[in-house]
Ligand binder design. Sequence first.
Ligand code: 13P
Length: 280
Amino acid sequence: MLVNMRELLADAEEKDYAVGSFSVANMEMVLGAIKAFEELNSPAILQIAEVRLKQSPLEVIGPLMVAAAKNAKTPVAVHFDHGKTMEKIGQALDLGFTSVMFDGSHLPLDENIEMTKAVKALADMTNAAVEAEIGCVGGSEDGSEDIAINCTRPEDAVRFESETGVDALAIAIGNAHGNYKSTPKLRFDILEEVDRLTKVPLVLHGGTGITPDDFIRCSHTGIKKINIATATFDSVEKTVRECYNENSINGYYDLQAAEVEGAYQNVKKHILIFGSDNKA
Ligand code: 13P
């Protein structure tokens, strides 16, 4: 069933686990993700980022994501990731997304706060949840920019929470989008401080390549939403490649099944690490 992201994060807070937010690009990835959510009886989030709309137009993939969430046996929120423009954020809300992110992390804090408040006012009209970001997560969602990591200052998180009232806050603690060049060293000292000083559920972007131990530690230190994108895209591609190598693809529908399987396997793996299985 389609639910508000706020509800999922509140349950994760109460039961001390993290909800996976899985990026999707087509119907096969949506079906693979939902299969994993249902099989593991897990609440979860389907998301797409604004930079990905050139490959997957919002007016086409958005209704598909919302319909899949509505039909799912488990609670699923539909989230617009890294929203940059009011136009696209508004379009996602009109399509029935139950959560939107405004990414003003590149802006001065005052401007980020003002823009986030404007997005919150818009999202309030449909009661959708709002995520924002402070500090800079490294890389970029589509790998097109090499953004340097700039860790969140705990005092900024306190001010941001009190002035915007957002439902979720993405922080930068040494994490980056895409595949890491070496194993990331997360700044748990910063995470602990932000968690101690704020009540808002925290979000970890750049999930691909973070170790299971670090995911688990994050999930018990205020991180209630974890974003996974690259690992699922890589898993789909690898599964398809392996099936071709084994000569198990004979025709289009075998290819489609391999894509669904690749997404399913990666989503399942992460749900088990995040501890959201059997929490639906
Ligand atoms: P990865 O591509 O590193 O998994 O990051 C996902 C993400 O944070 C999307 O917002």
